[in-house]
Design a protein around this ligand. Sequence first.
Ligand code: AP5
Length: 214
Amino acid sequence: MEALILLGAPGAGKGTAAERLVARLGVRHVSSGDLLRGAVKQGTPAGQEAEGYMKQGKLVPDELIGRIITDLLVAGGSQLKVLLDGFPRTVAQAEMLEKVVSAQQGRLRGTVLLEVAEEILVERLAGRRLCPKCNAGYHVRTLPPKVSGTCDRCGTPLVQRTDDTAETVRQRLAVFRQDTSPLIEWYNSRGLLKRVDGVGSADDVTERIVQALR
Ligand code: AP5
């Protein structure tokens, strides 16, 4: 198993770049946020536990998301090449990942940090729209659909994420600064961190990530 991590604040463009990197790098995209939103939608026990934290812009407990990701990595077997988006988000989660990668005799290929200034993050999250059916992502200004408010791929009306309100975004950014930013030094000290400028077109950012990993 080989794991690659996309690290970055809410709105840094992790999901947008990951969609494009799947074909470029031949990896499977695993988004912890998408997995949790799927669990909430299905009303599973994990989803019921996670929902309150997510609505408030707080992190779900490490054990909850750790179990979901660990099970998925173990089930993927030795041939799995995975791009982790949104996990790990705390040092405890990074330790869980290190453990499962080593138990599977896999390797951590690297951690890409997408760097974007906070005022741009806020603008990106305010303008984000999603397709509730096929999960395609848009932005009202920088990545608009061809027909306003409608998914290009499947014609479904687009929606806004419930945690993209101004107040919840402020909370998510504060959580990133406090709980997730220590991971930058954690991976840097292990020689695994690649810093990438996350400002520019989505295709340019994707290309920078590919180059940083060479
Ligand atoms: P999650 O879904 O992971 O949200 P997040 O990390 O806050 O990240 P986002 O999805 O908001 O942003 P992104 O970086 O993917 O940006 P995107 O590409 O969409 O987590 C949600 C919640 O789940 C958490 O708050 C927590 O409760 C829980 N959770 C998840 N993982 C957890 C974990 N490991 N531990 C505990 N709890 C966890 O882009 C944003 C917008 O910008 C889009 O509109 C896009 O079109 C636009 N955009 C993107 N790139 C560009 C570009 N280059 N130029 C212009 N616009 C761009």
